[in-house]
Design a protein around this ligand. Structure first.
Ligand SMILES: [Zn+2]
Length: 314
């Protein structure tokens, strides 16, 4: 070993301490499915299997957030859809509550919202318990946290009383627009268009991450443990591995939501800037007087494929 190599050998551990690997917890909303080309059981099961397989291959400790309204068909609980949730748990992932029917806390009265939330644990809570796990995470639909400080405070007390922990989001994106476009292209049998949409998705997410990293740096003066929100859709079933490869290339390590929340950044109260649907990071930035950057533009052909679905939102 040369002297220079020896020196490098001793310095490397310090270099590693000085620049820790960026970390991210991955979460999926709108389980058991959002934006799929068809809602038949076989396709939903295949999509879920592909997504879970990618997560396991990448060793990603994800949490999935359930809307139990999607477990019913013709007002009847569909056991095969419940089976989709069971496969998430059996693959080693945790489930959280995302309300029953995905209402906005900014749009409906608090008591109606709370009733919808409790209805949303009817199946998931016993299912988790039967697999030896407990339900504890909650994710706000649309990331809407209540229009007034009073509602936000009262809802926080409600969550605490029911032993729920809020799952924040620091990296939000128009992933669902790409997903709507992708599902529609597949539905119409245009595989070339689907591939083009998929190929545009990962570079778009790379820009989203670059922006979130910079905003965290501007705000905290250091990288933070991020929480990414995605959806349980056909796009991620087919492209999560490419997304994960991009993140690993940026140096990311995948961590659990628990581990992410140990970052002191999450001790800051969530932003209440009044700008709807923004991430916690954007909210914190506004509170500190920083203006979050505009999200990167979604390519025109993607928006056109998404069509009406993109306007509806998820
Ligand atoms: Zn949602």
């Amino acid at each position: 070993m040369t002297r220079r190599l020896l020196l490098l050998f001793f310095l490397l551990p310090f270099a590693a301490v000085a620049t820790p690997a960026p970390t991210v917890a991955i979460t999926f909303d709108d389980l058991p499915f959002a934006a799929v080309p068809a809602e038949d059981d076989a396709q939903l099961e295949a999509m879920t299997a592909r997504l879970l397989h990618s997560l396991q291959a990448e060793q990603v400790p994800a949490v999935g957030f359930v809307n139990e309204a999607k477990l019913t068909r013709d007002d009847t609980l569909d056991p095969r859809r419940v089976g989709l949730l069971r496969s998430w748990i059996r693959a080693g992932f945790e489930l959280g509550n995302h309300t029953y029917s995905h209402p906005s806390l900014n749009r409906i009265p608090l008591d109606a919202f709370e009733a919808d939330l409790l209805r949303g644990e009817t199946v998931t809570r016993p299912l988790m318990q039967s697999e030896g796990k407990s339900l504890r995470w909650f994710r706000h639909p649309f990331l809407h946290q209540g229009a007034t400080p009073e509602v936000r405070r009262a809802f926080q007390a409600f969550l605490a009383a029911h032993a729920y922990v809020v799952a924040p989001v620091t990296v939000n994106s128009a992933e669902w627009v790409f997903a709507a476009a992708y599902a529609r292209a597949l539905e119409q049998g245009d595989e070339a268009a689907a591939r083009r949409i998929g190929a545009a998705y990962v570079p778009y997410m790379q820009t989203v991450f670059a922006q979130a990293e910079q905003l965290a740096l501007d705000l905290f003066g250091r990288p933070i443990a991020h929480v990414l929100v995605l959806h349980a859709n056909a796009l991620n079933a087919d492209y999560f591995d490419a997304l994960a490869a991009m993140l690993r290339q940026r140096g990311y390590r995948f961590i659990s939501l628990d581990e992410a929340l140990k970052d002191s950044a999450y001790a800051s109260p969530p932003g209440s800037s009044g700008v709807e649907g923004e991430s916690w990071l954007e909210g914190w930035a506004r509170q500190a007087g920083l203006r979050p950057p505009l999200p990167p533009p979604v390519p025109g052909f993607v928006t056109r494929w998404a069509g009406a679905a993109a306007l509806r939102g998820y």
